[in-house]
Design a protein around this ligand. Structure first.
Ligand SMILES: Cc1ncc(COP(=O)(O)O)c(C=O)c1O
Length: 364
């Protein structure tokens, strides 16, 4: 009997594994596995979301006009070059499907975000990786990886799960080294956390070139992961393509309303950024004092390398933390089996994390 079969390549896709949120039998859960904003969204965003509940019988604004204008004003961008999506994941997927296909290559760095190989394969293209140097994207290695089949380069800047970043000059050098036919996608999911002077998420590069796109999200510093809202800033030709292929109502009205209010509450955003900086520094220092290797991070998470000894390695640490209800992210599938990625939580959560890891490192 014949059965429907998916396109060639679809069954080669490894499903994305989301961060753990369950720890059966644990006293309580501290979820540090998905780089969410532990202090939550602005109360004004939650109020706007609730208010939107009174209008659910209406379709959302298909063009997200008010939201795009507000994003443009906040980041000094051109609203006409912004497209909103159901999470930045949706926009990354639509870009891959629109610009890469069978026989093409999609290039990204060794420890690049795991969505990239998934969406490359979904579009029928071959994912290709370039080595990193010292847990940081290596521009020369990416340029060396370009072939006549390369259609797209994805660069998470800052990187997930490494937490490192490329300074603007390096991103410019990458862009200049790419053929004009290759679309460079700058994924700035964590951009709002970066305070380094030599960092820029890439809006200027989009304005100056016709082969650069920047993607951003409301899932991280704005604390709206559950609503699914991302956006991209792109040249007019790319905007035109995305507006042809996206769902006409891909961003719900509660998501648009909440995001607008979140953008306005700059005091809340600054509070989140400051708290993240404080507790990232404290956590990094405490874990280093335990003898763990903490990679420098500009994001809302840290990557921690554990010793090789089987009773203190990353797998054992993950099991020990999980038994105590503290959920980090294993990153063996990012090629980093000796490390865990840990989201920066609240002061209380980081205190519990450090206390549990202290017990873990002290046990024989
Ligand atoms: C590097 C990177 N890009 C994109 C995303 C997707 O974010 P969104 O929630 O907007 O789909 C994430 C989420 O973790 C991420 O880490």
């Amino acid at each position: 009997m014949s059965t429907p079969t998916p396109r060639p390549g679809i069954l080669d896709i490894d499903p994305y594994v989301a961060g753990d949120s369950h720890a059966p039998g644990a006293p309580r859960i501290i979820k540090l596995s998905s780089n969410e904003c532990s202090l939550g969204p602005s109360p004004r965003a939650v109020a706007a979301f609730r208010e939107a509940g009174d209008h659910l019988y209406r379709y959302p604004d298909s063009a997200a006009i008010a939201l795009r204008k507000a994003i443009a004003a906040e980041y000094s961008l051109d609203a006409e070059k912004i497209v909103c999506g159901n999470g930045s994941d949706e926009l990354l997927t639509l870009l891959a499907q629109s610009y890469a296909g069978p026989g093409d290559e999609v290039l990204f760095s060794e420890h690049g975000f795991l969505i990239y190989p998934i969406i490359a394969r979904f579009s029928g293209a071959d994912p290709v990786t370039a080595p990193e140097a010292g847990l940081t994207v290596d521009v020369d290695a990416i340029l060396d990886g370009v072939t006549e089949k390369t259609r797209m380069v994805f660069l998470a800047n800052p990187g997930n799960p490494t937490g490192s970043y490329l300074p603007t000059a390096e991103v410019v050098r990458l862009r200049e080294g790419l053929p004009g036919t290759v679309l460079l996608v700058l994924d700035g999911a964590y951009a709002e956390y970066v305070t380094a002077d030599d960092y820029s998420p890439g809006g200027d590069l989009v304005d100056a070139n016709d082969n650069v796109v920047m993607t951003r999200t409301f899932s991280k510093i704005f604390g709206l992961s559950g609503l699914r809202l991302g956006w991209c800033y792109a040249p007019p030709e790319v905007v035109d393509v995305l507006n042809r292929v996206r769902g006409p109502f891909n961003v719900s009205s509660p998501a648009q309303a909440a995001a607008l209010a979140a953008l306005e509450d700059t005091v809340h955003t600054e509070k989140i950024r400051a708290a993240n900086g404080t507790w990232r520094a404290w956590t990094s220092q405490q874990l280093s004092a335990l003898g763990l290797d903490v990679a420098p991070s500009v994001t809302n998470f840290v990557m921690v390398r554990f010793p090789d000894d089987p009773s203190h390695n990353a797998e054992a640490a993950n099991a020990f933390l999980t038994a105590d209800g503290i959920l980090p992210r294993r990153i063996a599938n990012y090629g980093l089996p000796d490390s865990l990625r840990i989201t920066i939580g609240t002061e209380a959560e980081m205190g519990e994390l450090v206390a549990t890891l202290t017990r873990f490192m002290e046990k024989s």
